[in-house]
Write a protein that binds this ligand. Structure first.
Ligand code: AP5
Ligand code: ZN
Length: 207
């Protein structure tokens, strides 16, 4: 299977990707995660990308497109199928994928109301050891050991999420129009397992 998942910041893309890959064993490719790794490693791409990420803007195609394309071309993604999280975010990003023959079977759009997004961002925590996504209220850590090592993303403030949301609104329609015939809109405001059940039933039909 080849799946794209899209939605506003904190709509639950990463969380649903954890649940999807657990069941379907697809290769999860998240440009946001790849970029944060570049920032943490202090690479040239990371230094350039950080400025855009801090302002909630799209990182230039020269950096993102190559990164995603290279990851898609690796053998595991070719063999198992892939799950693209937050890509493409512009028609130019979609065009490049098409040129390289990467056509998805399904485009999932998570729809969540804006009041919920801010609460999700402010309470989000990440486990640097496992990469798992937590929320202080909705997905609290299982043990005190995990709780003690949780970190917060540098762009997880109310102010920054509003900038990301603005960028999302500017781009989402253009991307959606390219995948209209394979798009499924999912209510992302429900609890994570209820959201997953909706996605799962759509994916099952594709097998
Ligand atoms: P990215 O990391 O993709 O950030 P984003 O799009 O803003 O989305 P988030 O990761 O914030 O949210 P999510 O939808 O994954 O939610 P999550 O599951 O974590 O991108 C970061 C930056 O990188 C961008 O701003 C841009 O600069 C750059 N970038 C990325 N892709 C790019 C591209 N294609 N082109 C150019 N630049 C790009 O959930 C959030 C919280 O809510 C968690 O705490 C979670 O536990 C909780 N939660 C999730 N689901 C539920 C639920 N159903 N109920 C209750 N709580 C829930
Ligand atoms: Zn994410």
């Amino acid at each position: 299977l080849k799946i794209m998942i899209s939605g506003a910041p904190a709509s639950g893309k990463g969380t649903q990707c954890e649940l999807i890959t657990k069941k379907y064993e697809l290769v999860h490719i998240a440009p946001g995660d790849l970029l944060r790794a570049e920032v943490a490693a202090g690479t040239e791409n990371g230094r350039c990308a950080k400025e855009y990420m801090e302002n909630g803007q799209l990182v230039p195609d020269e950096i993102v497109v190559m990164m995603v394309k290279d990851r898609l071309l690796q053998s595991d993604a070719q063999e198992k199928g892939w799950l693209l999280d937050g890509y493409p975010r512009s028609s130019s990003q979609a065009t490049v994928l098409k040129e390289f023959g990467f056509q998805p079977d399904l485009f999932i759009l998570l729809e969540v109301s804006e009041e919920i997004l801010v609460e999700r961002v402010v309470g989000r925590r990440l486990d640097p050891v496992t990469g798992r996504i937590y929320h202080l209220k909705y997905s609290p850590p299982e043990t005190e050991e995990i709780a003690a090592r949780l970190t917060q993303r540098f762009d997880d403030t109310e102010e920054k999420v509003k900038l990301r949301l603005c960028t999302h609104h500017q781009n989402v329609e253009a991307v959606l129009s390219l995948y209209e015939d394979i798009t499924v809109k999912v209510n992302g405001s429900a609890s994570k397992h209820v959201v997953f059940a909706q996605i799962d039933s759509t994916m099952t039909k594709l097998l």
